[in-house]
Design a protein around this ligand. Sequence first.
Ligand code: HEM
Length: 434
Amino acid sequence: MSAGYPPGPATPAAYQVLKWIQGDEQYMLNLMKTYGPVFSIKLASKQPAVVLADTDIIREIALAPADVVQTGVNLPLRPLVGPASLLSLGGETHVRARRMIGGAFRAQHLDSHVEITRRVAAEQSERWSADQQVRSRPLMLKLFGTAISEMLWGFDHAEEAERIFAASEEGLKLAADPAFGILMIAGDPNAPAVKRVMATRTASLHSEIRRLIVMLKRDPRGLEGRKDFMSTLICARDKDGVGFTEDELVDHAMTLTAAGHETSSTATSWLFDILAHRPELQELLADGADDKVGSSELYKATIYETLRVRPVVPATLVVAKQEMQVGDWMVQKNAGLLTHAFLTHMNPEHWTNPSEFDIGRWESRKPGGYDWVPFGAGPHRCVGSQLAVMQIEAVTREVLLRYRIEAVGPPEGGTTKLVTRCPANDGPLRFVRR
Ligand code: HEM
């Protein structure tokens, strides 16, 4: 075992920060090729961060106890989603909130959310401009945005939900601004200036959310039996019978709005780009498009493989709380540990011909191991992962029922927006009526 950090590039920190913010995939692949699947990069001035693309080490870090590894670090999103968000909490407080929220993702709730998504997809896709060049990502953001608003607040509050969603989009846009990103990654996300800017942007949004929470609580029909996320969260109790405070509910509403639509929209946009360049696969999927969501291994394999080659969240971060062993190295307290989904998925030790899109590989594999981590790994692994896969399938089925997806150029490259990896040109393509 060696003391200190794994090897990494000697280039100036500013250059490495720039490459990170740009999300330069080739740069990261070259680093993995040069230094192996565990290497150091300089992202903040204090400590290097360790990039992990090795399943054994990712598993160790994911299972590390809360006194060894600090989770809920969530630098870029914290100013938007707030301190009580699942993404910002760590240790016991995270475990409590996560258990309470878990009820909202039970099977019968999932069916209701998938049905909302399917209906919204049917309604909106019917109105798309057929046979013309369009960009799929904005269409997906609108579609998944409408769906998450209704999933969050219920159909009878659709108008207010729509307003909240529009306001939250503004917050997301600011958070995704590269200048804001540099300030948070290279600077301090808790700096008063960052907090002030975000507080100004989110003030009216928060008061809308509070108003809607009060409306829900006063609903004379009661909240029992409702399937929307916020009714379930208002009713949720911990083991001592204590519910979420209003401040906590606001942060959960912000989190589910942000985490529950941007990622799924972007993943579906990547999937459409992939299908546009694979007409044979598209036709196979279209053949069974009106079957039930979840009934087809082909749909699942296509979505899993899309998330493997095009993970929407390329990396997630935790921090060493003490000096700790990471593979062959001992890293110091405060070292950042980045589970890198993209590099893990491109690691030839874990995947044969990793850069090839091959749905056949899913005949002999199941998702869920530490070699496939598009939903993260460890205590913060995406609570909506099952729902997301089902929603993407529902949307794809509705679209393929109506359209053939045609390419209008070469496959899309990627660009990074805050924490997500998006098609660089927002997914230009043509929907041709069947
Ligand atoms: C393709 C779609 C999606 C992707 C790629 C994705 C990815 C992720 C990732 C990587 C994390 C871990 C973050 C970390 O460790 O810091 C995460 C967490 C989370 N996701 Fe998702 N997500 C998706 C869809 C959804 C949906 C549909 C919902 C809810 C409606 C959702 C809600 C959440 C929440 C609440 C967390 C925080 C969990 C925690 O901190 O305990 N996500 N997601």
